[in-house]
Design a protein around this ligand. Structure first.
Ligand SMILES: Nc1ncnc2c1ncn2[C@@H]1O[C@H](COP(=O)(O)OP(=O)(O)OP(=O)(O)O)[C@@H](O)[C@H]1O
Length: 222
């Protein structure tokens, strides 16, 4: 589903270019889950941003299904962001002026894929069915993160990119949200790439890789 070859990315700094990714290779099958680990500053968010089409690599290729991101123009990248991926961050980025129901439907509507039956099932399975008319500020932190997950999954993306999605939750809520997410993804073709600092969280996913020195290394068993 996702295939990355020879990916390079540097940032310009006053001291000259700062190389962050130096030949990243990655294959992720449809429906598979992968934890991306690595020290602070190792380039995890940089890699996620490139896959999400939020920034461009200096060299290398990112293929997602039949798309080669490096060949897409800005409109093509916008379409990939809108309908190919779901994004979940540590900060939930919910829209304060929209109800839970409208937050859930937001991306699916943008992608032209709003499916009321799927949204109702998602709300039920995420324990949000009784909260649909509330606003984000009226929810607990764990409930807000479940809305963010639902919003990311409502358009049935081929790839879910999650950056420390349980990082602002206490251990119990984090476990609950992670279990819900894995249950929702089980049997679906959505692949999951999750940045996490937590070996406990990483252990729940099918594979683990560590970003170090600009390359991805296997860290099975961490
Ligand atoms: N726009 C930018 N301009 C210059 N340097 C940047 C920019 N964005 C990130 N960097 C640098 O690139 C390196 C990788 O940053 P990145 O945010 O990808 O790391 P990370 O592994 O996600 O870190 P963390 O776990 O702390 O979130 C860091 O040294 C960072 O300072």
């Amino acid at each position: 589903m996702l295939s990355i070859e020879g990916l390079y990315k540097s940032y310009p700094t006053p001291q000259g270019p700062l190389p962050v990714l130096r030949g990243v290779e990655l294959q992720l099958d449809a429906g598979a889950s992968l934890a991306l680990m690595g020290e602070s500053g190792s380039g995890k968010s940089t890699l996620l941003h490139l896959i999400a089409g939020l920034d461009r690599a200096d060299a290398g290729s990112i293929r997602a299904g039949d798309r080669a991101l490096e060949r897409l123009d800005e409109a093509g990248l916008a379409a990939w962001r809108r309908s190919g991926i779901g994004l979940v961050f540590q900060q939930f980025n919910l829209i304060a002026s929209l109800s839970v129901a409208d937050n859930l439907a937001f991306q699916a509507r943008l992608a032209g894929r709003h499916d009321p039956h799927w949204q109702a099932e998602l709300s039920e399975r995420l324990g949000l069915a009784a909260l649909l008319q509330r606003y984000p500020e009226q929810l607990s932190v764990g409930q807000q993160q479940r809305v963010a997950l639902g919003r990311a999954l409502a358009a049935r993306p081929s790839l879910l990119l999650a950056d420390e999605p349980t990082g602002s939750l206490d251990e119990r809520s984090a476990d609950e949200v992670l279990e819900l997410l894995l249950e929702l993804l089980a049997g679906s073709s959505t692949s999951l790439l999750m940045v996490t600092h937590s070996p406990r969280v990483a252990a729940r996913l099918q594979r683990r890789l560590r970003l170090q020195g600009g390359c991805l290394l296997a860290t099975e068993g961490c």
